[in-house]
Ligand binder design. Structure first.
Ligand SMILES: *Cc1c(COP(=O)(O)O)cnc(C)c1O
Length: 232
């Protein structure tokens, strides 16, 4: 079995390759190691090998690992977030990738204000319109972002996030990533107060190279670093 270190080298080389292919600097692309179900020792090993950002999809799991590892690494919440779980992560999280509804904004605003923090968030968009996918429909995103800008001063939108469908068809995947990129350009032009299109969080183990070619600067990679997940 390959080690985490070898896997990281492999993924980083692929990131460089895709960046070069699209005339971009790989330094501007953040590799977010997705550590859900991965034990603390393996997370620490990844950090020892240069990982600066990790992603978890369950708030309590993030909180539990944070208690051991702390601020040695930036913690990202990448999964859909229930309002009653916001309290577990509000003082720990570096960025939330799954902002997708008013009720969640309300809760984040309330908790963030209480501890005097501004929370960086990405708006999750369901570009592919798969029913199984969370996130706003593309047509609702701009209005949502304007509302956040006006009403939730402790939430700072830093970009967009999407998940592509699991598909063998590379063109289908590519079209989704292109769609998110175009939407971010459109939003950027509107110059909305406290809204920044700095990050495009797109690309997972099976499609991060395509995502980078289409403009991703934050890839969320789990399996290719830590191996197949064991959910037991
Ligand atoms: C699990 C997960 C990933 C990583 O998936 P891999 O296929 O293991 O790379 C990325 N993004 C989200 C939102 C996830 O839940």
């Amino acid at each position: 079995m390959e080690t985490i270190k070898e896997n990281l080298n492999y993924v980083r080389n692929n990131i460089k390759e895709s960046a070069n292919k699209s005339n971009r600097d790989s330094e501007e692309i953040t590799l977010l190691a997705v550590t859900k179900t991965v034990d603390v020792d393996a997370v620490l090993e990844a950090i020892d090998n240069g990982v600066t950002d990790v992603g978890e999809n369950k708030p309590q799991e993030l909180a539990r690992k944070y208690e051991v590892i702390g601020d040695k690494v930036n913690w990202h919440l990448i999964g859909s977030l229930q309002t009653n779980k916001v309290k577990y992560i509000i003082d720990k999280v570096h960025m939330i990738h799954s902002l997708d509804r008013q009720a969640l904004c309300e809760e984040i605003q309330k908790r963030a204000e209480k501890i005097d923090r501004t929370i960086d968030c990405l708006v999750q968009v369901n570009i592919s319109k798969e029913e199984s996918k969370h996130g706003l429909e593309e047509k609702d995103v701009i209005e949502f972002i304007k509302e956040v800008s006006t009403n939730y001063k402790n939430i700072r939108i830093k970009g967009l996030m999407t998940m592509a469908p699991f598909s063998e068809d590379e063109n289908e995947v590519r079209t989704v990533f292109k769609g998110l990129k175009n939407l971010s350009l459109e939003i950027d032009k509107l110059n909305i107060h406290n809204v920044f299109m700095d990050y495009l969080s797109m690309g997972m183990s099976n499609d991060y190279q395509v995502a980078i070619e289409e403009g991703s600067n934050m890839v969320r990679v789990g399996t290719s670093i830590f191996g197949k997940r064991n959910y037991n």
